[in-house]
Design a protein around this ligand. Structure first.
Ligand code: BTN
Length: 264
């Protein structure tokens, strides 16, 4: 059987030195990279620490969903330290960097479904989960560790998982050929870094993220807490929230939740 391990050397191959993470840790198998990342933060790891798992046994998605990540796919958590004010932008940056890296490596066209699902032809190919750990002293420097969890379905085994086979797809199935996960991770890191530097220069990812959302203008059902909202996804604001025009004409602002496109 071919070696399925992800190689740190291959990720770094030809990489711009400014994009190389300060630390990369690869585990063949983990419950979830999110927990491993949290432990790294508690141990005092630096900015741009990357944790990768060959497979996860208890991968987590948004809204307490399970994230399936069998061997051959990408499961990573990237730790960065930032001001809390940047959090909404991180969701946008992470989605754009994931979408761009998939497009760069495969040539396939991706869509972003609010807030940060990456789709190919309407099926989910990647998901993003961002969590924070407070590390700063409020009176000094308000800094948080953001743990950016990215799961990308690369291998064909996604179609064998009954729970998701109807709504998810894998890059190799879509492309019809093998894909280098190292190249994908390298492209993600480079794109993420350039967006991050843009943020420092005051350039936000909002316009590009908004323009790429497949959700806007569509009839949607949103599950938000205990509430189910039906209406048309009208706009998103700079904080990343989605505005839904309900059937009774009122506008509701949704900051988190699961959104289903009804005409898809
Ligand atoms: C979602 O779409 O619901 C988010 C999925 C996020 C999955 C990634 S895989 C790497 C990291 N570790 C996890 O347990 N979850 C995230």
């Amino acid at each position: 059987m071919e070696n399925q391990d992800i190689s740190i050397e291959k990720i770094k191959e030809g990489m711009d030195l400014r994009d190389v993470p300060t630390k990369i840790i690869i585990f063949p198998r983990l419950a979830s990279t999110m927990e491993a990342a949290r432990e790294e933060v508690q141990r005092g790891t630096g900015d741009e620490t990357l944790i990768i798992a060959g497979e996860q046994t208890a991968g987590r998605g948004r809204s307490n969903h399970t994230w399936f990540s069998p061997i051959g796919n990408i499961a990573l958590s990237y730790i960065i330290y930032t001001a809390a004010a940047n959090f909404p932008y991180l969701i946008m940056v992470a989605s754009l960097a994931t979408a761009h890296s998939i497009e760069y490596v495969t040539g396939l066209r991706t869509q972003i479904k609010w807030p940060n699902d990456i789709l190919i032809k309407g099926k989910k190919v990647a998901g993003i989960l961002i969590e924070s750990v407070f590390k700063g002293k409020p009176e000094r420097d308000l800094r948080y560790a953001a743990i950016i969890g990215i799961g990308i379905n690369v291998a064909s085994n996604v179609r064998d998982i009954n729970e998701i086979s109807a709504v998810a797809t894998g890059l190799e199935d879509e492309l019809g050929e093998k894909i280098s996960r190292e190249e994908l991770i390298r492209a993600f890191l480079g794109d993420f870094k350039s967006h991050r530097l843009d943020l420092v220069d005051g350039k936000t990812p909002y316009n590009e993220w908004r323009d790429r959302l497949v959700t806007l203008g569509q009839k949607v059902t949103a599950l938000w807490g205990d509430e189910t909202l039906e209406g048309t996804a009208e706009s998103v604001d700079e904080s990343g929230a989605l505005w839904i025009r309900r059937t009774d004409g009122t506008l509701t602002r949704v900051v988190a939740g699961d959104v289903t496109l009804r005409n898809k």
